[in-house]
Design a protein around this ligand. Structure first.
Ligand code: ANZ
Ligand code: ZN
Length: 830
């Protein structure tokens, strides 16, 4: 009962509406066209699939970005904090099909609902820059991007085995296949041989790798995932020779030092050379049977541990190093899309080859010994010896060790024309065409005379026609729309057909962050000067699920646009933050498909936006998962009602002086303690915000407020500072309440125009002080020492700091200048 009463004490609805209206009227979140140099902050959150109203997971993601954006405003930055809709693509289309309405209608409806909820939550988005990827004024430029890539040969068509989702009836990029299943509907993927459009992201593989080394603000696990996905591996291609036909059969190996240990070769079922081996009965039938079976298996099944199988072809090839006859097998542990799709099998030194050889009774030959003193016997082994070692039974290479052996074999292969050094990547070119309706049409016209011809820029956008039937049918529904399909060739004028496919939505999301910089440009995707002024992104918040998809693609686009002089930076984002998931009370990830979503709207209706926000922030640091339960809100709500809001009544109405600092002599011992406490809290909150650990900022402020006793503080300025700085520190987290209190305190401008509190470094931390340490006049670190510490002790503490030592080690210290309690400057020579 008491609870309900206390809740009535503040009319959150009225306060929220009042401030949201004012923010809008004053354009508080409207970013300038071009920010002041050195004072910009680009705060980006991943834009949303409009697949329904937003749920707790989105809510959490967006309030984190909001807190950062608002704090950056208080830090004096010009902030760009935009939002938009990733409106094309499978999820929207699938949901629309389930409900039997047009994807456009369904998408638009969801956008309206979600936008309202986000506004309701008080997120400081600059709505004047809202983008929507399914509108022609946006996808016109997605098509423009395609054409620029096409001009440079980076958008191209090729035939090959592609991932096919039988449920969605479309091809998928490698990045959209998770453990052999469609990422969206979890159907097992099939392989189909088809002509599709690709972006040549592999041309950028090395730069995408190298760039990671220049991204200290990216989490290590994310960088590792990208490195492994790109999967650079250095080796050599050696040409084996097919015995009967003399055809070259190149293999890729990272272990050329084992080449004298080859006892069979394994070809992937996809390898075209199998068709040219002139197989004889019964091998022909067996191989054909086996290949059919293999095509039906997913890549994950083929490469997982466990039984490896294959079939003998009845044919042989020759090892060019020793002219040995090597039997040719087809085995599906060899993948069609990697290296040359053929492997020289060395059972003695490769585990998969070892298992295969044991199964089919093929010889195992040891050609590497762990060291000169230890010999291996295949009969005693139950797995291959895979480490580097000493080459044996390897002709002229006997005795070569490890990397030297590898180098020697590579050089020999190149000198004798038997092969060439090669770098391979796991990364594949990005398959971007989709046989689906709901996407940006590919701006290409197929002419019987000229081949694929680009739609001229002046004819963009190629509008997506309204169709009755958008059901996926294994080919693009656009093929059945003659008004769309039948055109004349832009180059020669003869009757031609449009490309019927649409682009993967990940193409739309590869450049949206640039459109935000100049969202209404009618003549270009964005103005380069404006984009250069805002880019790179200072902080990007989104899910780790995009690690090897979107987060690679947007780096690729950035590098490409940099290369064609459309962008100065070549990495889009300085700092990446992957927020934790929101789980339901049972520990399951909240998601629409699981039907366990909790709506933030209900919570906001019941307890107010700011309590909802504070409760979410308070549960966990931003990178951690959150087990959401509404009970957690009660404690925060009590704090707001009983402690935070009433603070304003203790203001003394002294002329607010927030920058005034105090020296101990100004204050009574009790005040001194309170002053220290205040500054500790300010410092702690600043650090917590930097780490996006808003839970600890809230905890620190709660303690400050709990221990605040107005009766012990005579100094009016100090008293008011404690209250007003508390309001400021919580402002980015509970913005409506903070504004209201700030106004009640007599300020006429928004609290977000006030300066974020800075702590007084001289203020004691308990009985400790923080002393800034300079080397040659440059600030290198701050050390904490007892306030009574002597100069010698402070010097010792300074020289123990690794950040200071970086600048003093191996240099002569010529003098130390100490201003008691304020500063130590170490002067070095050399
Ligand atoms: C002979 C050999 C001997 C190998 C040995 C390894 C150890 P990464 O590092 O992933 O690039 N390989 C080559 N193409 C393949 C394909 N299409 N499908 C499956 N396996 C393939 O691995 C390169 C190694 O994987 C190559 O080196 C090859 O086996 C195999 F003691 O060649 B190795
Ligand atoms: Zn033509």
């Amino acid at each position: 009962m008491k609870h309900t009463e206390s809740r009535r004490r503040y009319d959150f609805k009225a306060i929220e509406e009042k401030w949201q209206e004012r923010w809008e009227t004053f354009g508080l979140f409207q970013a300038p066209d071009v920010p002041r140099p050195d004072a910009k902050f680009y705060m980006l959150v991943m834009f949303a699939y409009p697949s329904g109203d937003i749920h707790m997971g989105h809510f959490r993601n967006y309030i984190i970005g909001d807190a950062v954006a608002r704090q950056q405003m208080m830090l004096g930055k010009d902030v760009l904090h935009p939002f938009g809709w990733d409106a094309f693509g499978l999820p929207a289309e699938r949901a629309a099909i389930q409900r039997g309405i047009h994807p456009r209608e369904w998408t638009q409806g969801n956008i309206e609902v979600s936008r309202k909820t986000l506004k309701r939550a008080g997120i400081s988005f600059d709505w004047s820059r809202e983008v929507n990827s399914c509108l022609p004024d946006y996808y016109k430029w997605t098509q423009w991007m395609f054409l620029r890539l096409f001009e440079k040969g980076l958008a191209f068509r090729k035939r090959g085995f592609v991932n096919w989702c039988p449920e969605d009836k479309t091809v998928l990029a490698n990045e959209q296949v998770k453990e052999g299943r469609c990422e969206r509907c979890e159907t097992v993927i099939e392989k189909r041989d088809q002509v599709q459009w690709y972006f040549r992201i592999t041309d950028y593989a090395d730069r995408l790798l190298e760039g990671l080394d220049r991204l200290p603000g990216w989490p290590d696990n994310l960088k590792t995932m990208q490195r492994e996905w790109i999967g650079r591996s250095q080796g050599v291609e050696v040409d084996f020779i097919v015995e009967e036909t003399g055809e070259k059969l190149p293999i890729f190996t990272t272990r050329p030092d084992t080449i004298y240990g080859v006892t069979f070769m394994a070809l992937s079922p996809e390898a075209e050379i199998v068709d040219r081996l002139n197989l004889e009965s019964p091998y022909r039938e067996q191989v054909s049977e086996y290949r059919k079976k293999a095509f039906a298996r997913s890549e994950i099944e083929r490469t997982a541990g466990g039984d490896k199988d294959g079939v003998f072809t009845g044919k042989y090839a020759v090892n060019p190093f020793n002219n040995e006859r090597i039997p040719l097998w087809v085995a599906d542990y060899v993948l069609g899309g990697y290296g040359t799709g053929a492997v020289m099998a060395v059972p003695g030194h490769d585990s998969r080859d070892f298992a295969f050889a044991r199964k089919y009774g093929l010889p195992i030959r040891i050609v590497i010994h762990p060291d000169a003193a230890t010999a291996l016997d295949p009969d005693d082994m139950d797995d291959a010896f895979t480490a580097l070692g000493v080459m044996v039974r390897s002709g002229p290479f006997d005795g070569k060790i490890g990397e030297d052996g590898i180098e020697a074999v590579c050089s020999w292969a190149e000198e004798k024309g038997l092969g060439r050094r090669r770098v391979n990547y796991k990364l594949k070119d990005w398959l971007i065409s989709r046989q689906r309706y709901w996407g940006a049409p590919i701006p290409i016209i197929h002419c019987p005379k000229c081949g694929p011809v680009a739609v001229p820029d002046a004819d963009l956008p190629v509008l997506l026609p309204d169709v009755e039937n958008f059901m996926p049918a294994g080919r693009s529904p656009l093929e059945d729309v003659p008004e769309f399909m039948d055109v004349s060739c832009p180059a020669c004028g003869v009757a031609a057909r449009r490309d019927a496919d649409t682009m993967d939505t990940f193409v739309c999301s590869s450049w949206y962050f640039l459109r935000y910089c100049d969202a209404h440009n009618m003549d270009a995707p964005y103005d380069t000067a404006k984009a250069d002024a805002w880019m790179p992104i200072d902080l990007y918040i989104g899910g780790i699920t995009h690690a090897t998809g979107h987060l690679l693609y947007f780096r690729f686009f950035t590098k490409f646009l940099h290369d064609i002089d459309r962008l100065a930076c070549d990495e889009p984002d300085l700092r990446m933050f992957n927020h934790g998931m929101v789980l339901d009370a049972k520990g399951e990830v909240m998601s629409k498909s699981k039907g366990n979503v909790v709506s933030p709207t209900d919570l906001m209706d019941e307890r107010g936006v700011d309590v909802a926000r504070l409760a979410m922030f308070f549960t966990a640091p931003s990178e951690k998962e959150v087990l959401w339960s509404e009970e957690g809100t009660t404690g925060v709500e009590k704090f707001v009602m009983n402690k935070f809001l009433p603070l304003i009544r203790s203001l003394r109405g002294a002329r607010p002086d927030l920058t005034r600092t105090f020296v101990p002599e100004d204050l009574t011992p009790e005040e001194r303690a309170a002053y220290v406490r205040l500054n500790q809290t300010v410092k702690k909150a600043g650090e917590s915000f930097a780490a996006l650990h808003f839970n600890t900022a809230i905890a620190a402020v709660m303690e400050l407020v709990r221990d605040y006793e107005p009766s012990k503080i005579e100094n009016d300025v100090l008293n008011d500072q404690i209250i007003l700085k508390t309001v400021q520190l919580l402002a980015p987290l509970a913005p409506h309440l903070a504004e209201e209190m700030w106004e009640q305190a007599g300020f006429t401008e928004s609290v977000f125009k006030s300066a974020w509190p800075v702590h007084d470094t001289r203020a004691v931390v308990g009985d400790r002080i923080a002393v800034p340490i300079q080397v040659n006049g440059k600030l290198r670190d701050t050390v904490e020492v007892a306030s009574s510490a002597s100069q010698v002790e402070i010097e010792e503490a300074a020289l123990a700091s690794p950040r200071v030592r970086q600048h003093t080690d191996n240099r002569e210290i010529v003098k130390k200048i100490y201003i008691p309690g304020r500063l130590l400057n170490i002067v070095v020579k050399g």
